[in-house]
Design a protein around this ligand. Structure first.
Ligand SMILES: C[S@@+](CC[C@H](N)C(=O)[O-])C[C@H]1O[C@@H](n2cnc3c(N)ncnc32)[C@H](O)[C@@H]1O
Length: 188
């Protein structure tokens, strides 16, 4: 890890500075549940985390992790692709967290894909409350990751500046394509 941290740490710092007790949050890529548990702690007893993944193992691992911390009641776990967020979560949300790619230690072929990622970030954006935030950690260096970074960079650059603030955080001088953070807040 470089001294200035990495995409996941930057994402966590942004989310932690925005969320308060009672927040509703989407975890669009549940994976092993590390982010779901972290978010469940942040939203407190009155908040809710809506977490999505396409792999049964992700649900099982996340459920176990939440149970171990007595946090399961703060989360709704969906065995669905995040391209179904809009049909599934029926309320506006304070934040949406995307951590793209594949589940470490599992089948790499089950990974996020450009088309469904774009669909999901657009759905999540339309569900963000004013003042809400979305973070997207993107992992270039393999085909889908490179495609996602290109498409999401264009997507972020084209967001209406009157309605959104969009940032792209990346290292300027590291050649081996470290993860990139895209963060968007809804201004109005
Ligand atoms: C890098 S991992 C997420 C790590 C996770 N946030 C954590 O804290 O452990 C990416 C996850 O995205 C999931 N994924 C792939 N396609 C998806 C889709 N269409 N919708 C939701 N999740 C998807 C993968 O199964 C994988 O678990």
């Amino acid at each position: 890890m470089a001294n200035l941290g990495g995409a996941r740490e930057w994402a966590r710092a942004f989310i932690e500075s925005h969320l308060t007790e009672g927040a509703k949050v989407i975890d669009a890529t549940m994976g092993n549940g590390h982010d779901t548990v972290w978010l469940a702690k942040l939203v407190g007893e009155t908040g809710k985390v809506y977490a999505f993944d396409v792999q049964p193992e992700a649900i099982a691992n996340t459920k176990k992790r939440l149970e171990d911390e007595n946090l399961l009641h703060r989360a709704c776990l969906y065995l669905k692709g995040h391209e179904n967020i809009g049909l599934t979560v029926r309320s506006m949300v304070d934040a949406a967290v995307f951590n793209l790619g594949w589940l470490p230690g599992f089948e790499k072929s089950v990974r996020t894909k450009c088309d469904t990622t774009l669909s999901a970030v657009n759905q999540a954006l339309s569900m963000l409350k004013i003042g809400g935030i979305m973070t997207i950690c993107v992992y270039p260096g393999h085909q889908e990751g490179d495609e996602e970074l290109k498409a999401l960079t264009e997507w972020a650059q084209n967001l209406n500046e009157k309605q959104f603030d969009a940032l792209i955080f990346r290292y300027a001088n590291i050649s081996k394509k470290p993860p990139v953070l895209i963060a968007v807040t809804k201004r109005k």
